[in-house]
Design a protein around this ligand. Structure first.
Ligand SMILES: O=C(O)CCC(=O)C(=O)O
Ligand SMILES: [Fe+2]
Length: 276
């Protein structure tokens, strides 16, 4: 699909759609790469809203067709993510009336989302490189499509890193940090990473589903009580992304109520992150 044609373009062409230093959308390193001193073995392309402007740079002739594919994909993923989120919340006894920032049909009013295309070229020395370093997503949910190449791994309690093999026609659903907060930890966000492969290129497409950027996200009142105190303070998605940019994998801990005050934050090597 569009992703494969995009990453196979010559490097100079891809740079025409480079993410600007303070921008969110466009071609560049993985979003989380700024947290690490070593480069990761991957390329990324982030799409927030319409990809039109960037695609026009990449494919002056064909961009409309490719934009349509992306926009259709985003639309379908948004519907799917909404359905999945409500099903997951329903299993905890939460209804649409319990969430003020949803309308009665269950759509999230003005919710924010993004599409992250990832490309991991075959790597001659895969044991010495990482495609995407371990992280949790800052979303409510992430819907991930991977091509037919292994690479995604998740951290499983007691088992360590476990490969999540691609299933033809299947999608992987990751719980993100905001659903973790909303569910007061009942749906824990998943630590995951992408390793690289000696022989095959790998592609993945992550649909990042978030709430409206300025609503306060906090543990749902139905899920807290005298025996289950709220574990997290309320925070907007925008604030959480800023927190993530500062504390990265300790961001969730930093919004925990009664988090220990000393020693858990290491702010030495972080600068900025945008989505995901
Ligand atoms: O490539 C993968 O399988 C993981 C991608 C991912 O975790 C992300 O884009 O946040
Ligand atoms: Fe991720």
């Amino acid at each position: 699909m569009a992703s494969k044609s995009l990453f196979s373009l010559p490097h100079e062409t891809k740079l025409k759609a480079a993410r600007s230093p303070d921008g969110i959308s466009g071609y560049g390193l993985a979003r989380i790469s700024s947290f690490f001193s070593k480069l990761m073995w991957s390329e990324g392309f982030t799409i927030v809203g319409s990809p039109l402007e960037h695609f026009q740079q990449l494919w002056p002739q064909d961009y409309i067709k490719l934009c349509d594919i992306i926009e259709e994909y985003q639309k379908e993923m948004k519907k799917l993510a909404g359905r999945l989120m409500w099903l997951m919340l329903a299993s905890l006894g939460i209804t649409k009336e319990d969430i003020k920032w949803a309308n009665p049909k269950g759509d999230l009013k003005d919710n924010c989302d993004a599409l992250q295309l990832n490309y991991y070229p075959a790597c001659p020395d895969p044991d010495r490189a990482m495609g995407l370093a371990a992280h949790t997503d800052s979303t409510l949910l992430t819907i991930l499509h991977q091509n037919n190449t292994n690479g995604l791994q998740m951290m499983k309690d007691g088992s360590g890193w476990v490969t999540v093999p691609p299933v033809s026609g299947g999608l992987v659903i990751n719980v993100g940090d905001l659903l973790h907060i909303l569910s007061n930890g009942l749906y824990p966000s998943v630590l995951h990473r992408a390793v690289v492969n000696r022989n095959q290129d790998r592609l993945s497409v992550a649909y990042l589903y978030g709430p409206p950027s300025s609503v306060q996200i906090s543990p749902l009142s139905k899920l807290v009580g005298p025996s289950q105190p709220p574990l997290y303070r309320s925070i907007t998605w925008t604030e959480y992304l800023r927190t993530k940019a500062k504390y990265f994998n300790k961001a969730l801990l930093s919004v925990k109520v009664c988090a220990p005050f000393n020693g858990f934050l290491d702010v030495s090597d972080h600068n900025s992150v945008t989505v995901g």
